[in-house]
Design a protein around this ligand. Sequence first.
Ligand code: DMJ
Length: 590
Amino acid sequence: MLPPSRQDYVSISLAGAGAGSYNNSKQWRRQSCWRKWKQLSRLQRSLILCVLVLLFICGIASYPTVTEHIRGNALCAAHPKHSSLSVSLKLNTTGGACLFLVFRNWRGAVIDTEQATKGTKDMENKDEPPANPEAKPSEESEAVREAFRHAWRGYKDFAWGHDELRPISKSYSEWFGLGLTLIDALDTMWIMGLKEEFEEAKAWVASELSFNRNVDVNLFESTIRILGGLLSTYHLTGDTLFLDKAKDIGSRLMPAFNTPSKIPYSDVNIGKGTAHPPRWTSDSTVAEVTSIQLEFRELSRLTQEPQYQASVAEIMQQVHKLDGKLDGLVPMFINTNSGQFTHQGIYTLGARADSYYEYLLKQWIQGGRKEDQLLEDYLQAMEGVKKNMLQKSSPNGLTFVGELSHGQFSPKMDHLVCFLPGTLALGAHFGLPADHMELAKELMETCYQMYVQMETGLSPEIVHFNMHQGSVRDIEVKLADRHNLLRPETVESLFYLYRFTKDHKYRQWGWEVLQNFNKYTKVSSGGFTSINNVRDPEYPSPRDKMESFFLGETLKYLYLLFSDEPDLISLDHYVFNTEAHPLPIWPASA
Ligand code: DMJ
């Protein structure tokens, strides 16, 4: 069993009542009670005390709102379904006796209810049916767990402690040399209840993972995968090992912000403490510098060290004010010297801009929906999408998000854009305009069609939509775009759409995607592989690489899509970073 964290204790003071002035009758009553009490035998007194303590515990355990009043601001409760409850008596710092109720939660459904705002708690009570403690994992959830185990077996056998599995050659590839897949997968294992796998991964983190390495890492990728993965695992488990590691990598990434403009460089050497842009430019990617905020903000909140949050807030402030946007849409590059957008006039919701939009909304949610500027930028951008980027395909009228280049519309859509239905639905859940949900549903259908219209039932990396009347098919794929990297965006959005609508078709679609991953990308000796050609079911042409996000994101979202546990990572308590690592929504007082 994991050691309880600071937040695992619910302390209820039973002694040490404050001094007060007593009047005579009160004093008399108290003395007579005391005399009666003294007349009881030792056994009688023990029995009465036991019954009182038991009644007290039952009351507390069955009325979580009561515990919240008692515990004030500094404690946590767990979802009863996955929790164990133990009781202990300890002395508090002022010498009074304290009864401690220790909630331990293996699957981490809702460890820290204090992280939720009051408003969202109310919403949750209203919307979500109580968990059914008898519910068995569905066949679909089991199938996802099995897929995860298969992926993990390959990683364990051939790539343990390395960044990515190469399942065909039974070897591995390094990117940063930091066990990327293992770290990305930690919280997925916890959520899926894969104890054994989690424990062996944790042992590796404890004994092998060192960030004191002379290695260049990409700021964005290491933030979303490593820092995000460690922070969320800390929150789910309460184990400070992960927080300590998160602090270590977070502080080692900070040199990236030492630029003339304060817009960070793309790369940092975490051993030497030096940072630099890519060799060929002094630009950074807009999506990269604006999609590290959830993680650094959370790191500041946990450590009470403001520099992390200040550095990423500075970026948002600057981007907010920059010229070169089109109706809230941003270009793809920003210069680290001047702080200005470069390569202006090109707009996409795909690669290099995608998660800018996602993080506007998610920071607003994370911070308790108080940061109006983030919301304004998000709403303006979504209007910009509607005005400039949306079109319908022919012959079937699929709504899609294209790209703009100097006023010229291109009907090109990356699979990456399929994060958008989920993000729009999340915003609508938190009270943003209802037409966001309608658009989310339309785009969800399109992303699904990007799968079903391919011969393998798996989406390519990029599609082009036909817009001229009389087209035979809606979707075209260029030769160079036929690969599938096991990306998560469509199943991510299916998860959100199912959570908010409970429309079973989204599960059905996710089930089909899982079946096709199993059919065309599963490698018998362990692991899954990216493929080169989604249009050739006879020979999809394996690429020999399993991306870390397949375990960190794709399988996690599929599992959550099929899970019948409404509180398993409640969207009223957690916000997912762009690598699917859930971080707590801050309490109202933060
Ligand atoms: C992941 O690393 C993240 O989801 C990122 O935002 C986009 N690219 C991959 C998954 O496709």
